[in-house]
Structure formats: C-alpha cells, structure tokens
Design a protein around this ligand. Structure first.
Ligand code: N01
Length: 492
C-alpha cells in the first residue's frame, strides 16, 4: 500500500522526458512534496527547445513514449517533433502534474547543507528553495554547439542553430547553407530543400544514412485496435523494448547481424545515389554503425535535386556574403543553418553544484562524468541524476531508462521517508568498482575496437553496454553496503 508523507521534499531539475517520468513516479509512490524547476517556457526538454523544420523522431513512436502514458493514436510510425511535444504537454495535464512544475525557472546553484541534511537551491530569479533531495534531469542534448568558424559573426545574412530555431527566418526562395551531417542536419536538409532557391550541405564527415520509410502514417485501424485492447498495446511496447535491446546489441557487438545492417547501410547509399562521384563524396571513411546511426527516407533524394549541392571541402571562413571553402571558392548564401549538435560536456552545467565539504561537481568530474549506476555521485548526498553518465543511448528507450532510474531513486526516498535516515551517499569505492566493471563490460564491444560513438567523441559519456534486461537488474537491487547512511542524532 502507498503511504503519503511530505518528507522528503524533492526538487527535480528539468521537465523533459526524465523529469516528467521522475515527477509522476515519485508522486504515484506517495511523495507529495515534489517540485520540478524547468528553465524553459514549457515541458518536453529537447522536444520543447528543438523546433527546426523536418524535426522527426527517428525512433518509432510506439516505443518513444512513457510506459505509464501509452498513446495508441500516433499519426505516423515515426512521429514529428510537434506531435511529440503535444504528447508531453497532454501527459503532464492529464496526470495532474502541471501544478508541480515551475516553468521559466533556471536553477543556478545547489548546495548541500550538512547541518540540516538538505539542499539549498537558488534560481536565476533569486528565489531560494530547500529540499532534502535533488534529482538532476537536465539532459545531455541541451546546450547548442556553435562552431568556431572565422568570420561567422560578420555574415550579413541570418544564422540560425537548429536547436534554437527562429521561426521568423525565411528559408523559402533563398540560398541556404546547412552545416553538419548528424541526424539533425540530414532532417533539416530534407525539409528545406524543396522550397529553397538553392541549398548547399557542408559535410565535414559524411555519415551512413540508413533508409527507412520515415513518412509512413500509422493506420487508424492500428490506433483503434490498440485503444480497444490495452493489453495488446502493452504487449507491443514490450516487444519493441526487446527489439531495441537487439538493436543495441547489433550496434555494440560484432556479429553476423551487425554485418547485415552494415551491408544494408552500404546498399542504402548505393541504390539511392547512382552518380559515382557524389556517392564517393557521401561515403564515410569508417564502418557503418560506428556512430549513432542516422536514419532517413529522404536525404539522398534531397541532396540529388538539381539545386542542391554537397560541399565536402573544408570551410575556411564565413564572409559577409557567404561561405569560403579551402579551394578558395566563396559560396553565396542568404541563410546559414547550424546543425552542429550539442555541448554534451556541459551536462548538468552551468549550474554550480556544491556537495559535502564544499566539493563542486566540476572538481568531482574533472576527469569526466562518472556515477554509480548512472545516478549517484560520491560527495553529493541525497543527489541523483536521471539519464546521467553511461546511461543507455542510441536505440534503447530513454523513457524506459528514466523509469528504471526513477524507481531506483524511489528506494532511497523511501529510506529517507521511513524516519531516522537523513542522508544517503554512495561510496567512492562502490563508484570506482562500478566504473571498472563498466569498462570491462565494454571490452568485447565495438567501443573498444576503434569504433567511436558520438558520445565518446562529444562528451566522454560512453554508451552503456548493457541491454534493458540487465539494466533493470542493475537498478533493482539497491545495495546499502555501498552507501554512507546518515542518521539523525539519537537514531544511531
Ligand atoms: O548533432 P551531431 P545532431 N564545421 O553532433 C558537424 C539526437 N537526435 O544535432 O562529424 C563543419 O550528431 C559535425 O561534423 P563532424 C541524436 O542522438 C535525435 O545532428 O564533427 N561541421 C557533425 O556532422 C544525435 O546523436 C533525433 O566532422 C561541423 C554535426 O556538425 C544527437 O541528437 C533527431 C563543425 C553535428 O552532429 C545530436 O545530433 C536529431 C564545423 N566547425 C538528433 N562543427 C531523433 O530523432 C560541427 N560540425 C531521436
């Protein structure tokens, strides 16, 4: 039976997928004093901040949803960004979570107060809040990475980053430059090319682009069936979770299945791009599946339109009129679209987080982010992260990982609720040991065979090598011997 108690008070930072999952999970387990502080003007995290043309989830929507809020009636198999964002808003409203989320509130500082075993949290507006527990659900893909290109600030036209899209920028009938060829660059090129007067895609490192029918609609009959048979819907979700584990396995471990997908990637390029020179320039210098996989049903067609151009020469500078490349050519441009990704290194920053004995997170993570079971950090009592260091990425459901981590945190909230326990802090030894085992587990995977992920390159957050089943078992047995348990005076 669920008991209610206002202690511990919990502050969750961030109202994206992880923050919404945590809020709902904690409340449904009887924790009533839970507040989410969200910097943005709405919930949704990346789906609130990213609004670029063509934004589509490249993970099927029937898996890209909360287990506790199934949505049978997605319009497409791979839903667009606006529909996903509406879903987040609807979930928050329908589950009665809105009143617990404070929008437009940026946390700038969180400090552990040993005397009261609580965190003091300050916001950019000068508000001060106190809670026994802080949960950072701040997301890795948050801070846009702006490239350092000489002259970018002298450009006379408009410059827009995909992660902060400006809807007032006109792209129709203009010459557009898109820089970057990750999942975002490929989507934005496909979306802008039709109405542009000319579009040039600047590709520093070509990517393998797996063909998939991304514009496929989900049939109304499927929606009706899933609506009528919730058990079948839940079953489909489970099957898709298993499928994502197989995909993660394909991505990380050498096998015949991996080779089959690699062949499919090569065929996707070969069959869609018949021009040999263009194909050569679109061919990466690494094996397929060595980076987070890009999926598109339209990119290769888009780049072959007569008014589309692929430029693989290095960019040397931006001039007032356009972009100059290493061959000395200046490419006239009206709008520069930066699809240059995120500063993953800045995870949980620029907040100042000060733990026990004045230790800052910057100190603790000087050699890179690390945590015990992806969520607890030595030196930071009563503080947890969701989708933190080494969390599964790529094809594994973020909602599922968030749910498992939130359930794990609930265990510690229950200890704090039971009375007597005032603080829980993972030990250094347990964290060391966990990260050593993590490195060992990665040994037979591609991450140690010269194949690097976007996470390793961009932010030293490695792909977690475990599958959802083992992930669940890693998170479901909190081990008290690995934690310092603080108790109130007199409680021993
Ligand atoms: O960013 P990226 P993204 N000059 O970091 C290039 C998720 N996502 O926004 O490879 C020229 O992948 C850089 O070139 P290089 C997904 O998890 C999900 O596309 O460094 N180019 C690269 O091509 C993904 O992993 C969905 O040589 C420069 C690009 O910019 C993550 O977001 C949809 C440059 C950055 O690629 C990030 O993807 C979209 C320079 N100076 C995204 N600087 C879903 O559907 C950088 N680049 C779930």
């Amino acid at each position: 039976m669920t008991t209610t108690n206002t202690r511990p008070r919990v502050i969750i930072i961030g109202a994206g997928v992880a923050g919404i999952t945590a809020l709902h999970t904690f409340r449904s387990r009887g924790f009533t004093d839970v507040k989410v502080l969200e910097k943005g003007a709405d919930v949704g995290g990346v789906w609130h901040w990213n609004r670029y043309p063509g934004l589509t989830c490249d993970v099927p929507s029937q898996i890209y949803q909360f287990g506790f809020a199934p949505k049978p009636d997605w319009s497409h198999i791979w839903a667009g960004g606006a529909e996903i964002q509406r879903y987040h808003r609807a979930v928050v409203d329908e589950l009665g979570l809105s009143d617990h989320i404070q929008l437009n509130t940026e946390v700038v500082d969180a400090r552990w107060e040993a005397a009261t075993s609580s965190w003091t949290v300050r916001t950019a507006d000068g508000e001060t809040l106190t809670a026994e527990v802080v949960v950072c659900a701040t997301g890795v893909l948050h801070h846009p990475a702006y490239p350092e290109i000489a002259g970018l600030d002298t450009f006379a036209g408009e410059v827009v980053h995909t992660a902060r899209w400006d809807p007032t920028v006109t792209t129709s009938g203009r010459h557009i430059a898109v820089i970057g060829t990750g999942s975002t660059g490929v989507q934005v090129v496909s979306a802008l090319v039709d109405d542009a007067c000319g579009l040039t895609h600047y590709v520093r490192s070509p990517q393998w682009v797996l063909w998939a029918p991304m514009s496929l609609r989900q049939s109304r009959c499927v929606a009706r069936l899933l609506e009528t048979l919730p058990a079948a819907h839940a079953g489909l979700h489970k099957i898709l979770l298993r499928g994502s584990a197989i995909l993660a396995d394909i991505t990380t471990r050498p096998s015949w299945r991996r080779r089959a997908v690699q062949t499919y990637a090569r065929m996707s390029l070969r069959l869609q791009v018949r021009d040999r020179d263009l194909r050569d320039r679109l061919t990466p210098d690494y094996e397929p599946l060595c980076k987070r996989q890009v999926v598109s049903g339209t990119y290769y067609r888009a780049i072959q339109q007569p008014h589309a151009h692929l430029v693989t020469e290095q960019i040397t500078e931006v001039t007032a009129r356009g972009i100059r490349t290493a061959d000395g050519r200046e490419h006239p441009t009206d709008v520069i679209v930066l699809a240059t990704g995120f500063r993953a290194h800045d995870y949980m920053r620029p907040m100042t987080i000060v733990g026990r004995d004045g230790r800052t997170l910057d100190d603790a993570w000087r050699d890179g982010p690390r945590a015990y079971r992806m969520t607890a950090i030595p030196g930071f009592p009563n503080l947890f992260t969701i989708l933190g260091p080494n969390s599964p990425t790529g094809s594994i459901s973020l909602q599922h990982t968030s749910q498992l981590t939130a359930d794990y945190i609930v265990h510690w909230l229950e200890q704090l609720r039971a009375g007597g326990v005032t603080s829980v802090e993972v030990t250094d030894e347990a964290t060391e040991d966990y990260n050593r085992r993590l490195a060992e587990a990665m040994e037979p995977t591609v991450w140690n065979t010269g194949c690097h992920s976007w996470y390793i390159e961009g932010g030293s957050i490695d792909l977690f090598p475990y599958m959802p089943s083992t992930l669940a078992s890693l998170l479901d047995t909190p081990d008290h011997s690995h934690f310092h348990i603080g108790t109130a005076p007199g409680d021993g």
